[in-house]
Structure formats: structure tokens, C-alpha cells
Design a protein around this ligand. Structure first.
Ligand code: WT7
Length: 630
């Protein structure tokens, strides 16, 4: 394959070419895909509006590049290996041909419900192969999917249904997660009390009792009954929307990040093959959930476009025991393993005992994603999981970038613990200071921006283009601003330092402080709140909430519990604050702005580095908050 990089010098050469002649570069990569009609123009862009279009007037269907293009050679190769929550339940394997047939049947099923090109379909499902089938069927008929993580609450789900005006929901009766059984359909029903959709398709997973609304709800298995196992894919334009994925920002409600068809397809396959150095026959396992962008780009689309075998795991790392991951690697002879630092740290806490007895010798490449990986976790991963012989790819990217932008290429780029190392071909980075001045040369630290488009970049935020411009393209002129702080060291290697905005990263999940505050404020006793992140041993960052309540709060601990439950019910359990401190007031400037800098210091316990507090409206409040610290 001509687009595969094999050596460091090859990478450096390709990188230079990709910067000097981006259009030629990407046209060459895109030419290895199947287009019903080739594009007229590779790229048209400006970052002012922003308006970015790749492979203009190209016509294609992404799923034809997974199936029709490869079935003849790859038909019998496993596409998806599914490992259930319970180790005693048998795993399932779907070959490319079987997956294709499932996708075709479900494509017909969706169309029989009047769903077609441009319609939005919410996928709110457990980690079962049918979740991927639903995504691919949407892509095949031209419907736009929006996968919502099945851990989100009914309120969060309702917000997303409303925002994208979804026509249908694909869901399941329930979800097995460790020793819990989540009532997925009941949550959907609750969300649909606040909004409405025409169709709900329910996959039977747990067999638990659920209610079905006649005319609206139908069973997956009934609907696909008798549907043909072949289907003619819809012709899509390169820039037709492929999916919307909601993600949190520093202000307001989560926004719908929009990705389009052609560029996303080209970039996810290219980056998958190169970063992980996937070779045909490898078993690849990404432990993310399909509800996050990693689950889209590197669990479904990238690997399947590359003809890889992708493993889907329904459960959690610690059930029924802390060796579950290692057991699965051994059982399915996993070659490439991609997980999050938070999972590594959580498992590290159990020591090496749970690894013993599991043969991890199939592993060739390890990956990390979602948050900065600390050196200790990096070394533990390298030594105990990779046995010192597997390169670790620390991949930096975002929901908005669609694919990995900064990462070593496995076994090619020399690694350094905690460094994402170097940009992929086509990715033009720049570091700026707070005023937007570009910091050139090595050994600099500042805010990470990108100065040139790449094929899988965000196109808009659904229904609100101005928000997209404001959030990403207005801070620094003619640059995409990532929201991350970064250091470029003396070797020119990049190390991501974390968010510089009001976004916190809890176990690799992105949370807006404002979003959590709004949820806390829903509690009737709460007057005002301020949320900050603080360093957390396992989660990376924990959520610390400073809350002002009304005077009549007799039982503090039950109130704190109630506030946590309020947040869980409004956003989802992942947003529950780790610490809640009831405070008499918040440090505010005279203009009423909360001084988060001070609260961050208090939360992280650096009490002597409080800085200047003289501009505060009520400087005494700081001492009171410090006294009551959790
Ligand atoms: C934010 C994006 C990318 C898929 C999962 C998260 C942080 C992501 C790394 C990394 C340090 C990282 C950044 C980024 N992040 N990967 N390898 N090293 N930080 O996607 O929810 O859109 O979050 O995650 O802060 O901005 P997301």
C-alpha cells in the first residue's frame, strides 16, 4: 500500500510533502477509495466563517468502501468480535459478509419506517454489534446518526433529541454493565415524555420487562424479519453529513459536532493504519464506548475501512474481576490494544496479580487516548502489559478533529513517556501565547492551534454555525483553537498539558463546568455554585463543587447526597461531583465574575499560592472557604 509509512525518514519525508502540497497529498490518499464519482476539487476553505470542504462534488457511500470494495477478498475475515459482559456468555463473531448482510437488512428496516437521506437517528445502545450495525445502516441510507452514550440521563437524551430533531431512536431493552442491569428503554420512555420521535426500534439484549408504545415502538428482530440481505447504498456527496456527536464545551449545553462523509472516511482509515501500524489479520481492540468519538473513528469506521478485525467489549474493566481486560486479550489473541489512562490507573491500583496467568504475548502495539497519561501509568503499561516490547502510541485528538492528529506511529516514531510526540502528515500545528502571538522554535509552551484544514475536521455545530465560529475560530485569527495547553520540547516533541478553558476531563470524559453548575443549581436549596477540576489519582481530574445553599440546611450530608443525585439525573452518573463543599459565598470580582483561579487553587490544595485577592468584592470569603475545605 502506497499510503503506509514504514520508517521515520519516510514519515518525515511524507510530512514535508503533505505540508508543501496538501491537495496533492490528500488526493493521492483519497484515490485508494471507491468513489462513484471522483471529486472536482480537493479543498476549498476559509477559517473566518469557517467554511471547509474536502473532495468537492465527490460522490460516494462510505459503507461501499467497507463492504463492496473488499468483500471479494475479505468476506470471510472477522469484522467484529463481540465479548459480552459475562465471561460465561459466549462471544460472537461477525465476518465482513455477515456484517454486510446485517447492515443491509437494517438499512431496509430503517427505510421501511420512512427514514431516509438527511433524517437524524439517535442511537442509544449498549455495546453490542447491533450498535455498529445501526451506525453503518444509517450511513448506507444517508441518514445522519447521533450516538448518545447509554450512561447519559433521560434529560441529556431529550436535549439531544430536541436539538437534532431526531426522527427515530434505535435502542435496547436494557444494558448489562458489571453487576448492574441498566433500564435503557425506560430511560428512553422518560426522555420521550419531554419530546417525541416517530419511531423507536428496540434491540432485545437483556429480555427484561419493558413497555412498548404501539405505533411508535417496534422490536429490532421483528423489523428485520424477511428483509433482503442486499441493499443498494444511497449516493452521498463528500460533504453530506455523516454524523452528529454531542460534546461539552466551556459554555452552555453540549453542542452537536458535525462530521461529513468523504474527508472523515479518508482520514480515519489513513490515521488508523498508520498510527497503529495495523497489518492484515491483526485483532484490534479499542475499549472505548461507541457513544464517544473514539468509538466512532477507531472502533467502527477507521478499523472497518481498513478491513481490520475490531473487538467490541460490552462490560467494564473490573467485572467480574480486575483481570478481565487481560483475560480478553488472551482469549481473543489481541494484537493492538487501545485504552484510556484512567483505565490503566484504575487497574494499576490492583497491582500485577490480576495480570498473572493471562498470556499477553499476542500484543504488538498499545495505545492511549482521552487525557494526558502520567509517566507512572505510562511505565506500568509499558512494563507490565507490553512487557517492555510494545510501543505505546499516545494519541492526541478531539471530538472536533474526527481523528488522531498528534501521535507516534507505532514502532516508527521514538516515544517519550507522556508525549504525544509529532503531528500526523497533513497536520499543521502552531503554539500561541495568550495574545495570539505565534511561538516559534523549540522549548516553548502555550495554546495549541491548527493553521490548516485536515479532512476529518469539524464542519459546523449542528443548527448553530455561529457557535462553531465563536468556539473554535474566533479566539485566534485564521486558526482552529483546540482549547488545550501544550509544550514543544527541545526535540520538537509535543506534550499536551490539558485544557486551558472551563472544560474538565474526568476519566477521559469531557465535562463543561457550566453544565455541571447548571445541573447543581436545579436543586431547590441551591442558590449558586461554582465547579472546578482538581487532580484525581485515578480519574485524572475530579469534580469539585463549591455550593451556596439557602440558610435552612439542617442535614449537610444528606443535602450533599441529594445534590449529587440531582446532577446524576440531569446529566448522568459520570458528572456527579466528587466533592461538594457548602460555602457561605464565592470569591467574586467587583464586576461579579467568579474567580475560578482561586477556587482551583483551593480545590487542588495549593493554599499558599493564592495570588492577588485584593480585587475581590469580599476577600474574607476566601479564608472561610479554605477553613471548610474537603
Ligand atoms: C480532549 C478531547 C480524543 C478522543 C477522546 C476524547 C484531551 C485527548 C489526549 C492525549 C492528552 C488528551 C484533550 C482534548 N485529550 N487525548 N493523548 N493526551 N490529552 O475526546 O471528549 O473530544 O476530548 O481530551 O484535552 O482537548 P474529547
Amino acid at each position: 500500500m502506497s499510503d503506509r509509512l514504514h520508517t521515520l525518514s519516510g514519515y518525515l519525508y511524507e510530512y514535508q510533502k503533505s505540508i508543501a502540497q496538501p491537495e496533492e497529498f490528500w488526493a493521492r490518499i483519497a484515490d485508494s477509495f471507491y468513489w462513484r464519482k471522483r471529486w472536482d476539487k480537493v479543498l476549498q476553505w476559509n477559517f473566518e466563517e469557517p467554511d471547509v470542504r474536502w473532495f468537492l462534488n465527490g460522490k460516494l457511500n462510505l459503507t461501499e468502501n467497507i463492504f463492496e470494495k473488499n468483500l471479494y477478498t475479505l468476506g470471510e475475515r472477522p469484522a467484529i468480535i463481540w465479548e459480552p459482559n459475562e465471561p460465561t456468555e459466549p462471544s460472537r463473531t461477525l465476518t465482513y459478509r455477515q456484517l454486510f448482510e446485517e447492515v443491509c437488512r437494517f438499512s431496509h428496516a430503517l427505510q421501511s419506517k420512512g427514514i431516509g437521506k438527511g433524517d437524524r437517528v439517535i442511537i442509544y445502545m449498549p455495546m453490542v454489534p447491533e450498535a455498529a450495525v445501526a451506525m453503518l445502516a444509517c450511513a448506507r441510507i444517508g441518514a445522519i446518526h447521533s450516538v448518545v452514550f447509554a450512561g447519559f440521563s433521560s434529560t441529556s437524551l431529550a436535549d439531544r433529541i430536541l436539538d437534532c430533531k431526531a426522527k427515530a431512536i434505535v435502542t435496547a431493552d436494557g444494558n448489562y454493565r458489571g453487576n448492574k442491569q441498566v433500564p435503557v428503554k425506560a430511560i428512553v420512555d422518560e426522555a420521550l415524555e419531554k419530546t417525541s420521535v416517530e419511531t423507536v426500534i428496540v434491540y432485545r439484549r437483556t429480555g427484561q420487562e419493558i413497555s412498548m408504545v404501539s405505533g411508535r415502538d417496534c422490536w429490532w428482530h421483528d423489523l428485520i424479519q424477511g428483509k433482503p440481505s442486499a441493499h443498494k447504498a444511497e449516493e452521498m456527496d463528500s460533504e453530506d453529513m455523516l454524523f452528529i456527536l454531542y460534546t461539552s464545551g466551556s459554555t452552555g449545553k453540549p453542542k452537536g459536532v458535525v462530521h461529513t462523509t468523504g474527508g472523515y472516511m479518508v482520514y480515519t482509515k489513513y490515521s488508523f493504519e498508520n498510527v497503529f501500524q495495523y497489518t492484515p489479520g491483526d485483532v484490534y481492540w479499542c475499549t472505548a464506548d461507541i457513544g464517544w468519538v473514539t468509538g466512532h473513528s477507531y472502533m467502527v469506521y477507521g478499523p472497518l475501512l481498513a478491513g481490520a478485525t475490531t473487538l467490541l467489549f460490552e462490560g467494564i474493566p473490573t467485572y467480574p474481576h480486575a483481570g478481565r481486560f487481560w483475560e480478553i486479550i488472551d482469549k481473543h489473541k489481541v494484537n493492538i490494544f487501545y485504552t484510556a489512562p484512567t483505565a490503566i490507573r484504575a487497574l494499576q491500583a490492583f497491582g500485577t496479580g490480576p495480570i498473572e496467568g493471562h498470556d499477553l504475548s499476542s500484543l504488538k502495539v498499545l495505545g492511549s487516548v482521552g487525557e494526558p497519561i502520567n509517566e507512572e501509568a505510562w511505565h506500568w503499561y509499558h512494563t507490565h502489559i507490553g512487557k517492555g516490547k510494545c510501543p505505546i502510541v499516545d494519541t492526541w485528538w478531539q471530538t472536533e478533529t474526527g481523528g488522531i492528529l498528534i501521535s507516534p506511529l507505532a514502532g516508527i516514531t521514538p516515544t517519550k513517556p507522556a508525549y504525544a510526540t509529532l503531528p500526523l502528515p497533513g497536520i499543521q500545528l502552531c503554539i500561541v501565547d495568550a495574545k495570539g502571538k505565534e511561538l516559534t522554535g523549540n522549548s516553548v509552551e502555550g495554546n495549541l492551534c491548527i493553521t490548516f484544514p485536515w479532512p476529518s475536521m469539524i464542519r459546523t455545530t449542528y443548527g448553530d454555525h455561529e457557535r462553531c465560529r465563536q468556539t473554535y475560530f474566533s479566539t485566534y485569527k485564521n486558526k482552529y483553537f483546540t482549547g488545550d495547553g501544550v509544550k514543544r520540547d527541545h526535540d520538537g516533541y509535543y506534550r499536551i498539558l490539558g485544557r486551558v478553558d472551563d472544560v474538565i476531563n474526568v476519566s477521559g470524559h469531557r465535562m463543561g463546568t457550566a453544565e455541571v453548575e447548571n445541573a447543581i443549581n436545579e436543586h431547590p436549596k441551591v442558590i449558586e455554585s461554582a465547579v472546578v477540576g482538581y487532580p484525581h489519582e485515578i480519574k485524572g481530574q475530579g469534580i469539585y463543587a463549591f455550593v451556596i445553599c439557602d440558610q435552612s440546611t439542617p442535614n449537610e450530608s444528606s443535602l450533599v447526597q441529594e445534590i449529587k443525585e440531582t446532577v446524576a439525573s440531569i446529566i448522568g452518573p459520570i458528572a456527579k461531583p466528587d466533592k461538594i463543599q457548602l460555602v457561605p459565598g464565592l470569591p467574586k470580582t467587583r464586576s461579579g465574575k467568579i474567580m475560578r483561579r482561586i477556587l482551583r487553587k483551593i480545590a487542588e490544595g495549593s493554599l499558599d499560592a493564592m495570588g492577588d485577592t485584593s480585587t475581590l468584592l469580599d476577600p474574607e470569603v476566601v479564608g472561610k472557604i479554605i477553613d471548610g475545605r474537603k
